[in-house]
Write a protein that binds this ligand. Sequence first.
Ligand code: NAD
Ligand code: TDX
Length: 348
Amino acid sequence: MRPVARLRRVQLLVTGGMGFIGVNFVRSTLAARPDVRVTVLDKMTYAANADSLDGADPSAAGDTDSRVRLVVGDVADAAVVDPLVAEADVVVHFAAESHNDNSLRDPSPFVQTNLVGTFTLLEAIRRHGTRYHHISTDEVYGDLELDDPGRFTPDTPYNPSSPYSATKAGSDLLVRAWVRSFRVQATISNCSNNYGPYQHVEKFIPRQITNVLAGLRPKLYGAGQNVRDWIHVDDHNDAVWTIIERGRIGETYLIGADGESDNLTVLRTVLELMGQPADAFDHVTDRAGHDLRYAIDASKLRQELGWTPKYADLRSGLARTIEWYRDNRTWWEAGKAGIEQRYAQGGQ
Ligand code: NAD
Ligand code: TDX
């Protein structure tokens, strides 16, 4: 295998590159790395938005000239996956069913995409000896008490709570087994909660921002005491590139930016930034099995690979994110009513 850091021209395969984190990864990569070409493999589920790649290649004069191409297909389909892996130098696997609430309504696509999809990809990686980076989540570690002085580290035992996090945990374990048994050239990252542009309106922060923009009241699960460790999506993706270029094969790196905040505080900040009264929201039915707190200790990534986040301040990151949703109504408006209808059916 050629070392990635020394490749002059890199052909990337990005699965799930039309979803939130994947499309931000593709866009920032094309903007900053002129020698990279990207193939996106995406099934275009409800979570993908066809408009997200508009203008993504700043160097392209037209579509034919673009360094990015989209293949619509399923990561669990070996016939689609194999030739794409064969032509890639590096595969970055973002594709997943990603929403906890959906996994409680119907776990089946989570098992299919997150487990069978990752298995299918790993088999192609094994056949072609391609460098592979696996995107995962801090949710595989379960949750922490609010007053626990500890945070998640790469040595924390897996203890997932939801069908979503259980299938992500299973996919991580498949990667570890393929490294050990078949010596595939893989790294894994487990990141905390991301926020930023292009995030689906089903997720907490964009749901509340777009509720305000649409004249609806924001919705808080339970009392809002649950803590998430927020990181800007650009910081996550910067860490992913750091691991691709400098990470040790077979290692797991935790990605986080010391951004712990409870949901009520995040919601109050959004309301204040949008000029709303502090109590202009509804408490709604809590999520079943709702994880209490996530917190990442990213010292391995910081010390071993020298990574540091650029967005230190959640408040200013939120202000920019609010601006983005305000300026890009056509990106989110079409799907908004359907999502709210589905939440309302579950009392949320
Ligand atoms: P997302 O739901 O916004 O996007 C997922 C993308 O994958 C969509 O474009 C969808 O069409 C595609 N996809 C789904 N099933 C597919 C299949 N079978 N074949 C091909 N494409 C398929 O998700 P996201 O928030 O961007 O998350 C991306 C990855 O990052 C996931 O693996 C998730 O577990 C992980 N992650 C997310 C967060 C977060 O805060 N959002 C935090 C840590 C890790
Ligand atoms: O309307 C809401 N009100 C609310 O209070 C929604 C949608 C959520 N919440 C709460 C639940 C969580 O405590 O906000 C918190 C964040 O919820 P989500 O945005 O659904 O994220 P979470 O369940 O924490 O998972 C996210 O981070 C880890 C991503 O969706 C996962 O893909 C990632 O692995």
